[in-house]
Ligand binder design. Structure first.
Ligand code: ZN
Length: 566
């Protein structure tokens, strides 16, 4: 610190210079965060008004099944040329985009790309380019790390990938970088494009005749499911709003009013949308009563939620002796494993899986004749998935990350070979379900995360855990950097739990204190981390176990280990 600055600091904070400086810095950070929040709320209010104005027309132009089939076929037929046009306009005519730097570095001009796609097809071209360094890891995409390729290195910003002109839509939950929350703004046009595929998904799982309910926190993100139902002419019979998730009272009210407004529009101009009804965490009675009421009226029911919540509902039904034979859960957000499947089978429920690669970039849709536990169709009309085998920075066997490329200008962000931290097995097979028949021939299964924890349907970046588990916790509770490891695994009842594994050689530890320190540490950083940590905490997802942390093939112990089942 320079003398001038030290003097100024001492004058400004005469009692205890350093402490006051830290506290002032914290306050400034909070103020900055609140300011960003306020401005983003104002933007959201403006967007809500625009959304409400657009909804009558959106609801009126309902998608019929035959139209969905035709539109998907049309989108599939034109995907390569649409992608090329997108690349020409959004990459080769925008010299500042990080993608152009990567393509130029690989020596790929627009004509080369065009020739390769015409000759070898879109997927083979994308995979070849990835091998030449034209891809982004999720941390590179978020601007968290440098992008080193060959001799060059640079950094991108999330803003580099936004759609240049956004139309009417809604903001999906913030998933920001360390301090500044960033929401994904998604348009009604994009929702409509995806709804064509959803129509075939509902057909494949026989869901059009069901009574539909949604069990999600009230955030603008859950609006997507409700609006999709309405676009397909399906009423939302119940909107069970999980009572967690808002960052403050004001925000909670904002989301609630927003939801009420959309529900009202759905009743006036759409097929009907129930008002959100708050449920306390763990209170499944109203859901089970609704299921029974529908059954009594001779109607099957369908509940949209995340995998963990569906397992809780299934368990509550088993305890109460209620059969879920006429119930389908449309779930996503977490790995769907054999033990979870067993639980649903025991309860009698059926599952229609979904998998969103993040940032609302095209949801994969559960196969109607699945051969694998979590087999889904890639919505090739709007995205392309390609594998990119590579060894991670911190060692271990090679992983095959999924890379996502968006193929339509209406996508919230233009992704070109962007990893999302997940890997999956990709196959082509003729399953014969309505999704296959329309031309979604690419299937994925065994979708797992290699760098994110996905418990409770929320993603948390694994790289943020290094400091907490390798420095902070050992310094406060004893042991060293490889003595603590967070493990995502399933307990005996098929529930996803986050277990903090503590090496037996670390002496006596106050487990209550350690657990609370872990939760506090996980909540630090962005608002998103606080939010996710709160959801895990409410769900009782944390526990401690004394054991030797899992080591990778090369002996490296990572702060996060995702336990592989099946
Ligand atoms: Zn299928």
């Amino acid at each position: 610190m320079s003398n001038n600055l030290r003097d100024a600091t001492t004058r400004a904070f005469p009692n205890d210079g350093l402490c006051s400086l830290i506290s002032a810095h914290t306050e400034m950070t909070n103020l900055k965060e609140n300011y960003h929040q306020l401005t983003s709320d104002l933007v959201n209010v403006k967007r809500t008004l625009a959304l409400v104005a657009a909804l009558p027309k959106f609801f009126r132009e309902r998608i019929m099944l035959q139209q969905a089939q035709e539109e998907v076929k049309r989108l599939l037929d034109t995907r390569a040329e649409r992608f090329l046009e997108l690349v020409r306009l959004q990459i080769y005519e925008r010299p500042e985009t990080p993608y152009l730097r990567l393509l130029k570095h690989a020596g790929c001009e627009f004509s080369d790309l065009e020739n390769s796609i015409n000759r070898h097809g879109l997927e083979d071209t994308l995979a070849k380019l990835a091998g030449e360094g034209v891809y982004l890891t999720s941390d590179e995409f978020k601007g968290k790390t440098e992008i080193p390729r060959g001799g060059m290195s640079f950094r991108a910003s999330p803003k580099d990938f936004y759609r240049p002109n956004s139309s009417t839509g809604y903001t999906i939950q913030s998933s920001g970088t360390r301090n500044l929350p960033i929401g994904t703004f998604s348009s009604l046009e994009w929702l409509t494009l995806q709804a064509f595929g959803q129509a075939l998904f509902y057909c494949a799982h026989n869901l059009f005749s069901c009574a539909h309910a949604v069990y999600e926190p009230i955030l603008a993100g859950s609006m997507k499911f409700i609006l999709t139902y309405a676009k397909l002419g399906i009423p939302t019979d119940k909107w069970f709003a999980l009572n967690v998730g808002a960052h403050g009272l004001l925000e909670a009210r904002y989301h609630y009013l927003n939801a009420r407004l959309v529900a009202k529009m759905g009743r006036w101009f759409g097929p009907g949308i129930a008002n959100p009804e708050y449920l306390e965490v763990g209170d499944f009675k109203p859901i089970l009563e609704w299921i029974q009421e529908k059954k009594h009226n001779g109607q099957n029911s369908c509940i949209r939620t995340v995998v963990s919540n569906a397992t809780r509902i299934a368990r509550a039904a088993l305890v109460a002796g209620i059969s879920l034979e006429h119930v389908t859960f449309t779930v996503g957000g977490e790995p769907f494993t054999r033990s979870k499947k067993r639980l649903f089978e025991e309860a009698g429920a059926r599952i229609a899986l979904r998998y969103g690669p993040g940032g609302d970039s095209g949801t994969s849709l559960g196969c109607g004749n699945a051969k694998f536990i979590d087999e889904m169709h890639v919505p090739q009309s709007v995205v392309s998935f390609v594998e990119n085998p590579r060894v991670l920075d911190y060692g271990g066997p090679p992983v095959h990350p999924l890379m996502v490329t968006t193929l339509h200008p209406a996508a919230p962000r233009f992704l070109f070979n962007v990893e999302n931290g997940d890997y999956a097995t990709m196959i082509t097979r003729d399953c014969g379900c309505p999704l296959e028949k329309v031309g979604f021939t690419q299937h994925i299964h065994t979708v797992r995360s290699f760098e994110k924890m996905t418990s409770e349907g929320m993603n948390y970046s694994g790289s943020d855990l290094f400091a907490l588990l390798e420095d902070t916790i050992p310094s406060e509770f004893g042991g060293g950097p490889e003595d603590y490891q967070l493990v995502e695994e399933e307990d005996d009842r098929g529930q996803t739990r986050l277990t903090l594994v503590v090496h037996p050689e670390v002496g006596d530890v106050n487990e209550t204190k350690l657990l609370s320190r872990l939760q506090q540490g996980l909540a630090q950083g962005s608002r998103n981390h606080r939010f996710i940590s709160k959801i895990w905490q409410d769900a009782g997802a944390f526990r401690i176990r004394r054991a030797i942390p899992h080591a990778s093939a090369r002996g490296k112990i990572l702060p996060l280990h995702i336990k592989q089942k099946n």
